[in-house]
Design a protein. Sequence first.
Length: 185
Amino acid sequence: MKIITGKLKNRNIYMPKDIRPTSNLVRKAIFDTLGQDWEGLSMLELFAGSGAVGIEAISNNAKMVTFVEKDPKAFLVIRENLRIMEVDPRKYEILEVDAFASIKEFALDKKKFDIIFADPPFGRELAKKTLKQVGGYDILHPNSLLIIQHERKEKLPENEGNLSLVKEKQYGLNIISIYKDIKNV
C-alpha cells in the first residue's frame, strides 16, 4: 500500500498481517470528501492497524495525529511506518491501548479532536459501539467529524448523542459513515 495524497504521496506503508486495511480507494474518497488541506487539524485514528489513514492526514499537514491500536504487532508497524516516513515525532502519538478505554481517558483529560476516524474489526458490531461511545463522551470539537468504516450489514443510526449522520457511501462491502458533532452549532 502507498500514501496517495500530500507530501508523502507514493511512499510505501507496511501492513500488519491479519488486518483488513483501509483500501487506497476508500482513503482517497475520504480525503477527496474532507479536502486535502488539514493544516491545524487534530485527528484521532481508532483501531489504527497500519496507521495508513493517520499517516495520510499527516501527509496533508495535520497538526497532530493520535493513533490508538491495542494489538502489539500492529502498534510496532505504526511506529515503524512513521519512522520510515521520517515523520516529526511532535506530529503524532501512538497509544497501545483499547480504543474504548482511550475514548473514556480522552474525555477525562478533556482532550478533543477535529476528526476521528474509526475502522473497527468487522463482524462484532463494534462500529455501533464506537459511535455510541464517541457520541456519549465529549472528545470532538463542535462542528467536527467522526468517520466510521464498517461492513455493509452493520447498520448505524442517523443520530447518536450530539452526532448526526451527514454522509454515507458504499465501497464494495464497506460503508463509510460520516457524522458531524452538532453541539453548539
